[in-house]
Design a protein. Structure first.
Length: 575
């Protein structure tokens, strides 16, 4: 690298620290203490002329973006070290990243809408690199780290990249201990709220409590708009279901559009995870109607996709198809067509719901065709293999190609690897596999004891976040398998009743609760089954999940006849 002009050389080495290109705004910040913007533009043009930069128009933002060859970037990074600018450039980059994150939060107006900012999407890889680098060296800038965490982690969550979130959460929490909140720190407060909520829901409860205490202190003097205040209030009241419900009810009635919209989104998600599909559908419809009234294409699309899936699970296929059509129309809105990652995620979810609806209708051939398309198009390959594999197996079972279908169910589990906590589709797949074998009179297959034991051996924490339909589906499979293989095991019938209360997914035909109840009646009689259902119904909310875990542990890994099932001593090859 060798620009003759000193300002050009300074600019070239400083922008080299950004791995995914940069815009004019970043260049101006990194040239701090030097020329004004007009001179920076001249310097950029000169670097392009010298082939040290190439220039392009970013389709996402419509703005000019500059990129370097990797060899030039490497030279620039080395020169930063050689001239002793590392600390200076690090601070300048953090200033740029902090201001960008704060601007994204300010313009979004509501936490869930951070994902819609095209500049946030264009700069995501740069922001990730800055965040990781800062955490790796032990940051002294929590004022920058927390806003960065807000923007980066939320996009990862939307993409299902939970391992990435976990990888930076501990460092972000450590940084938050040194943060001194200011009134104008909404982006940092949102970052701390997301950090606390993520840890409380899915991670380390102690870390979550620590983050929540720091959030409480930060929120007191912060100038927060209603949507951000709602997020803080929800995290504050985590584990108090009645208080959370009250916060959401007040926000749904709010005059603030952002708070009302966020409250409806959270409400329909919570209701779905609680297994209350009727409530989820009602909140989704309210959110959809609000979006139509306010000309909000994104909430309209999200609401329609959620309604399509909700009605499929409620076994109301015609309404599901109506909402599939409405969702496709919403997703075709040109105002959102350029949001590729989010649009893809919504589109993938919609096509999965469409395929599930075809299963409910018994349209086996068409369902198989759509599931094959889903398997080829969905971004998350592992989840696509699970969902499509289950769907195709259900279609084959519906056509009465039973041996092939059951082999496909077992192959799905064998292909995707071991069962892990927090792996919802694999929990669903395990329950469906067991349930399908029971319905077809094949509960004695030697691989199934190992499958059931893996569910019983999971570390399930009912006191934390519980996706009740997911857990209910896994429990249904284990319970109905126990009833079929060892009717003398007293845990089988009770576990089946508790699973039914938790609301297993009904859009998979193998998990239809009524079919497994009928089989239990044939074994125990209507009176015993009805009594078990009544006892489960009388359990306080949450106590059923606790009891389900106890029953999972209590039941033996029995095979037919009550002894250890073939293959139960090892994690068998389920194929």
């Amino acid at each position: 690298m060798g620009p003759a002009d000193g300002a050009q050389r300074t600019l070239a080495r400083r922008v080299a620290v950004l791995p995914d290109g940069f815009g004019v705004d970043a260049a101006v910040v990194l040239a701090a203490g030097g020329p004004h913007e007009s001179r920076v533009l001249d310097d950029l043009d000169a670097l392009v002329a010298q082939s040290l930069l190439r220039v392009e128009e970013d389709a996402r933002t419509g703005a000019v973006r500059y990129r370097m060859l990797e060899t030039v970037r490497e030279f620039g990074r080395r020169e930063v070290l050689e001239v002793g600018e590392e600390a200076r450039v690090r601070d300048l980059v953090l200033d740029w990243a902090k201001d960008l994150a704060a601007r994204i939060v300010r313009d979004a107006g509501s936490p869930e809408r951070l994902l819609l900012d095209p500049v946030g999407e264009a700069e995501h890889d740069n922001l990730v690199a800055v965040l990781r680098r800062e955490l790796a060296v032990g940051t002294e800038r929590p004022d920058a780290v927390l806003p960065l965490y807000a923007v980066v982690a939320l996009r990862w969550m939307a993409q299902g990249a939970h391992a990435e979130v976990k990888d930076v959460s501990a460092g972000a929490l450590a940084a938050s201990a040194r943060w001194r909140p200011e009134a104008q720190s909404e982006a940092a407060v949102i970052g701390l709220a997301l950090l606390a909520g993520t840890e409380l829901l899915f991670g380390d409860a102690r870390a979550g409590v620590t983050a929540r205490v720091r959030l409480r202190r930060a929120a007191v003097g912060a100038d927060l708009r209603p949507p951000a205040r709602l997020l803080v209030d929800l995290v504050e009241r985590f584990h108090d279901g009645a208080a959370v419900a009250g916060v959401l009810a007040r926000a749904r009635a709010s005059d603030d559009l952002g708070a009302r919209r966020l409250a409806l989104l959270v409400s329909w998600t919570v209701a779905e995870n609680e297994g209350d599909l009727e409530a989820s559908v009602a909140y989704s419809r309210e959110g959809y109607d609000l979006a139509v009234d306010t000309d909000d294409p994104w909430t309209r699309a999200m609401g329609a996709v959620t309604l399509a899936g909700g009605y499929a699970q409620l076994l109301r296929p015609q309404e599901a198809l109506d909402w599939v059509a409405a969702a496709r129309t919403a997703l075709a809105d040109p105002r959102i067509a350029h949001r590729d990652p989010l649009l893809t995620a919504l589109s993938d979810g919609l096509e999965q719901s469409f395929a599930m609806t075809l299963l409910v209708l018994g349209e086996w051939d068409e369902a198989e065709r759509v599931f094959e398309l889903v398997a080829r198009s969905v971004v998350d390959v592992r989840d696509a293999e699970l969902v499509s594999g289950l769907g195709i197996a259900e279609a084959w079972r519906g056509r009465r190609d039973v041996d092939r279908a059951l082999a496909r169910f077992r192959a799905v589990l064998g292909h995707v690897g071991g069962l892990r906590p927090g792996d919802p589709w694999l929990l669903v797949a395990t329950g469906i596999c067991l349930a399908a074998h029971v319905l077809e009179g094949r509960a004695g297959h030697p691989a199934l004891a190992g499958v059931a034991q893996r569910v019983a051996g999971l570390e399930i924490a009912p006191a934390g976040f519980t996706d009740r339909p997911v857990l209910g589906t896994a429990l249904l499979g284990v319970a109905t398998w126990r009833v079929a293989t060892d009717p003398g095991d007293p845990t089988g019938l009770e576990l089946l009743a508790v699973a039914a209360r938790m609301g297993p997914r009904q859009d998979f035909p193998a998990a239809r609760t009524d079919l497994h109840r009928e089989r239990a009646v044939a074994v125990y009689g209507e009176r015993a089954v009805a009594a078990a259902w009544e006892r489960a119904a009388a359990m306080p909310h949450g106590a059923d999940a606790v009891r389900a875990v106890e029953l999972l542990r209590a039941g033996g890994g029995a095979g037919p006849g009550g002894g250890p099932g073939p293959g139960s001593a090892v994690d068998a090859d389920v194929r």
